[in-house]
Design a protein around this ligand. Structure first.
Ligand code: ADP
Ligand code: MG
Length: 685
């Protein structure tokens, strides 16, 4: 048996089930075995209704009074019933599980396993799983519960797993460092445990394997990077000092330290592979400018890539003005660039020193003479393949130095594992004089009475002179208003960009209100952004296209409509568009008010520290999801918890021991396959 075989090989899986499984991401036997139970329930812990305490409970009883109704708002069905035993009765509620209304025989006894909790001032049993008492072997011990996918319920997964019992013995070992057979034993125990403790031990072993592979991948990458050759850039203290003296502000200590680390990396003839992490507004671009200057001084070309044209434009405007004072040729290459062939020829001939651009930089016909430094802004927006494409544009046999910048902080716990072997610089301080952004949560119905007056007031506040962009005509401070949708639609209640623009224009007839969204032509977008930066637009209603990087220091007020529909990291990024100058900035999170503000919103209102918020996000969502969003799904830790530092340390130590034996990973087929997906994740070059 091969773990890479398709799920069709399983007993009871025909084309239809195979399709459902595949859609759920369970394609191979490996996926199938690693589809671990979501939780375990034990019918031995069943209590009577009278003895139930809030939290997870198992009760045995009969059910009646079943009915299903539609919720008034939203696309939701609610099925309710009453479970009784001879000590009492409890209301049960399921959401969007209308089949429950017809599932039960009122004369038979069932086990109900669910959450006993207070809702609307009344205790209820929420979304319980149910099993016929006569179906459960009283000796069965504990019962694994699998996540349902489509029509495949937990029960179906259990049945499939049962049919695959004889396949476990053929599961190959993964780690060469542990007793043979531990892996298959652990997987078997996770699916067929004798006790909760049994299952927990088995899971812990699987988590350890996962961390081992991840850490090994990171370490091997490091070794491979260090075998590559790069063009060194010599550190020129005098010229750098003169450059810094020309800046309109003092560098923060964090910026100095990061630049110094980068200069040291670039002096070597192996490629730099550094991640520059800094919260929104911490001044990463200036650090990149220093690195670029240093590279050009040594005759290297620099490519800076950004995820959007707006951002590339803005970098170009800022950096060209700065670098051209030192006779450095800077060019912009985006989809909208005119005379591309001419520009590309100049890049190839080495007439251009620094090229700033978007994905347009990645095309095969964009060739460099001596590309020595690649800067990737908002690196999480780029896939591994895209980053590699740029790296390949260096002269044959050489790799460029690479500086990847991100404002999405990587939680410390992730750093310990994935990035333990990646060089990281952190900008942990904001430029002097910044004030924290005051964030509040407001319900939509209060928009006119409580929000509009603040908008009006903002437009009368004098903009901070230091923050004014070149040629600025701003009369007052400016506002970003973020909407979910571009147009009105029948499926969503969200106010669209266009409708909101109209409403704001009506409410503030003397203000200049404009909108921006991703479907506009690049030239139009740039035009709007430029006019906003110059202060010719008072209120910019936009989708999240303004999310990354955009820097307009005179904008001091942000409204995020439908705030509940965004993730924590995204809200933090969006909010980072304000608070970029010396004036006090505000962010208002608008919610429907139907439900209590989510934990996410409450956290974001409390803190403006991106690193802290990343830790919280990791707790709320789990590593797979947070990192998945960051890295195009490359990191998929199913079992290990990144908060388990003890296990992480153990895996790290064992990986070291393994590497010291000098054994070649490629000799271990399973292990080599296991780490390849993680390897992609941790190489930048
Ligand atoms: P981010 O790290 O989010 O990319 P930027 O590089 O866009 O931040 O910088 C945010 C703003 O701070 C810019 O207007 C920039 O000119 C300014 N800035 C950068 N460094 C400093 C500094 N040391 N002192 C004052 N302002 C600075
Ligand atoms: Mg930036």
């Amino acid at each position: 048996m091969d773990l890479t075989s398709g799920v069709e090989e399983l007993k009871g899986v025909g084309p239809k089930k195979a399709e459902i499984l595949k859609r759920a991401g369970i394609k191979t036997l490996r996926d199938f075995f690693y589809n671990l139970p979501r939780e375990y329930e034990s019918f031995q812990m069943a209590t009577t209704i009278a003895a139930m305490r809030p939290g997870k409970v198992v009760v045995k009883g009969k059910i009646d009074s079943l009915s299903t109704r539609r919720a008034r708002r939203r696309n939701l069905s609610i099925t309710e019933g009453v479970v009784r035993d001879n000590t009492g009765a409890v209301k049960v509620v399921w959401f969007n599980q209308a089949y429950r209304a017809k599932q039960f025989d009122p004369t038979k006894e069932y086990y109900f396993t669910g959450n006993y909790e207070l809702k609307n001032n009344r205790y209820q049993l929420s979304s319980p799983a149910a099993a016929l008492v006569t179906d459960i072997d009283p000796e069965a011990g504990i019962n694994p519960v699998y996540k349902a996918h489509g029509t495949l319920k937990s029960y179906d997964f259990k049945k499939l797993m049962n049919g695959a019992r004889d396949k476990f013995s053929a599961i190959p070992d993964l780690l060469p460092t542990v007793r043979a057979g531990v892996r298959k034993d652990a997987l078997f125990r996770v699916h067929f445990p004798n006790s909760i403790a049994d299952a927990t031990r088995a899971r812990e072993y699987l988590a350890y394997e996962e961390l081992f592979a991840l850490i090994l991948a990171a370490k091997l990458n490091r070794r491979e990077n260090d075998k590559l050759k790069a063009l060194p850039a010599k550190f020129d203290a005098e010229k750098i000092r003169a450059f810094v003296a020309k800046l309109p502000f003092r560098l923060t200590n964090a910026q100095r330290l990061a630049a110094w680390e980068i200069f040291q990396d670039m002096e070597r003839d192996i490629p730099m592979n550094r991640l520059l992490q800094g919260d929104v507004g911490s001044g990463k671009t200036m650090v990149a400018a220093l690195a670029a200057y240093e590279a050009v001084l040594s005759g290297l070309q620099v490519a800076l890539i950004a995820p959007t044209a707006i951002l590339a434009n803005q970098h170009f405007e800022g950096l060209a003005a700065l670098l051209e004072q030192f006779d450095i040729k800077v060019a912009l290459l985006t989809g909208a660039t005119k005379k591309k062939p001419e520009l590309k020829r100049r890049i190839l001939d080495g007439e251009v020193d620094v090229v700033i651009g978007t994905h347009a930089l990645l095309t095969d016909d964009t060739e460099f003479k001596r590309l020595g430094l690649v800067v990737i802004d908002e690196q999480h927006r780029f896939g591994v393949g895209q980053r590699q494409k740029l790296a390949l544009k260096s002269p044959a046999g050489l790799a460029p130095h690479l500086l990847a910048m991100t404002a999405t902080p990587i939680p410390r716990s992730l750093q310990l594992t994935v990035f333990g072997d990646l060089d990281v610089s952190v900008l942990n301080e904001l430029p002097a004089g910044r004030q924290p952004i005051e964030t509040s949560i407001l319900t939509e119905v209060d928009t006119k009475e409580r929000l509009y007056p603040k908008i009006a007031a903002t437009m009368t506040l004098p903009p901070d002179a230091k923050g004014l962009a070149k040629g600025s005509r701003a009369k007052g401070q400016q506002i970003y208003w973020i909407c979910k949708a571009i147009d009105d639609s029948t499926v969503s209640e969200a106010t669209s960009v266009k409708t909101r623009t109209r409403k704001l224009q009506q409410a503030f007839p003397r203000a200049k209100v404009e909108f921006l969204h991703g479907k506009m032509k690049p030239a139009e977008k740039d035009d709007i952004m430029e006019r906003f930066a110059r202060g010719e637009i008072d209120i910019l209603v936009s989708t999240t296209v303004v999310e990354v990087g955009v820097d307009v220091p005179t904008a001091t007020f942000m409204v995020i409509e439908n705030a509940d529909s965004y993730g924590l990291a995204q809200l933090h990024q969006l909010r980072g568009r304000v608070g970029r100058g010396a004036s006090k900035s505000y962010c208002v999170l608008l919610t429907s008010g139907d439900t209590k503000p989510s934990m996410r919103l409450r956290e974001i209102a409390k803190s403006s520290d991106g690193f802290h918020l990343a830790e919280i996000d990791l707790k709320i969502r789990g590593p797979g999801e947070i990192y998945g969003a960051l890295q195009h799904g490359a990191l998929d830790l199913r079992i290990a918890s990144l908060s388990d530092t003890k296990l992480i340390h153990r895996a790290q130590a064992d990986v070291e021991l393994f590497l010291q034996t000098g054994k070649n990973v490629l000799e271990y087929k399973e292990l080599a396959a296991g780490i390849s997906k993680y390897q992609q994740l941790t190489t930048l070059n």
